[in-house]
Design a protein around this ligand. Sequence first.
Ligand SMILES: Cc1ncc(COP(=O)(O)O)c(C=O)c1O
Length: 443
Amino acid sequence: MSEEPVTRPVPARRRDTRLDAYAHNYAERTFGMTASAIRALFAVANRPEVVSLAGGMPNISDLPLDVVSSTLSDLVAERGTQAMQYGAGQGEPMIREQICEVMRLEAIQAHPDDVTVSVGSQQGLDLLTRIFCDPGDVVLCEAPSYVGALGVFRAYQCQVSHVAMDEHGLVPEALTEALAAHAAAGRRVKFLYTIPNFHNPAGVTQTLERRERIIEIAQAAGLLVVEDNPYGLLGFDGDPTPAIRSLDADNVVYLGSFSKTFAPGFRIGWVLAPHAVREKLVLAQESATLCPPVFSQFAISAYLSRHDWRGQIKQFREMYRERRDAMLAGLQTHMPAGTTWTRPTGGFFVWVRLPEGLDAQAMLPRAVSARVAYVPGNSFYADGLGSRHMRLSYCFPTPERIIEGTRRLGEVMAHEASLHETFGFLGSGAAGGPYEAPGANQS
Ligand SMILES: Cc1ncc(COP(=O)(O)O)c(C=O)c1O
């Protein structure tokens, strides 16, 4: 029997033009939308010869793909028509119950009815900002803060006001001062956005005392606290610190995610919110997506029911701990004098402060030429400060590559430092606010 020749459709030619016929039609909010430095870096940083300490991609190679595969195949065979149908705007009841079980590990007591499933915690952040913020409203954030959150706040035309942090997380006195200053100026602060555990990018964790103090201040000021916690279960030492939400169910909105404890490709996160806020969130979710992805929810729900997910998270923790150790050892060996850095006790990131006169943004092309990539600190500030800092991620490369990456970086920095010594000031030099890589190692 002769086979039919396979004819492949010829893709249409892309019609590229730099002219935008609709340049004058875009909404004002799009002017704040820019590609993040991380995205711009992706193309070069992903070349195999470059050690990328830039991206925050979880290393999911330890996932039991055989379990995932049989779970998905059973799901399609047994409940396929339900799993591939539209679902509830709030998310599926079964997974909302399981989410409450996950949050119990951080001392949160919650009812499934207060949980809204989102497309990653990133969408939770978007929905929250959508329901709370009008253009010009103030959002308080740590300095530095998660680049994806800053992007959302910018897209909704919020005014981001940074609050200082140190090695114990957000500084309560700085929060009090910021609230007083905004009140005096008649500005409305809509919420405080905080990442209490293994902060992205700073790598530090808020102590329980700090969390209690922050809640006291927020209650006194009638301030809503948004607690973003994708890394909380990835701690290297002992039990997780109780979540801020465990201290106050009425004034805290909690964002969670399966991206780092399972896999980001399913795009499932959640928002736990006081009842009235939850109602608004579901309306916003319905208008954004009709419903969060049903198939992904069923898949994660089945995985949680069938697999030892707690054991899996423990395995992830061990793997990330080894990488963190490699990063700290590499920094200790290879960083030039005057460099300091944080010592994360979980999560993915180390925050490095460069010797005086060095500028992480200006140095980046030289680092990439030397086959190592990082994210310059100014990406994590709404006000453009921070270029004396850089974020290094240890989550994805192997320990050997991490050490090699720090060696290459150390060489680039030493060269920059010697140029600085010879010729003086090298870059834009914006130091990066009050956050001074605390408790750090001098090397
Ligand atoms: C602090 C923080 N919040 C939220 C997110 C978004 O995660 P996802 O949308 O995958 O749940 C990330 C991702 O890196 C993050 O670091």
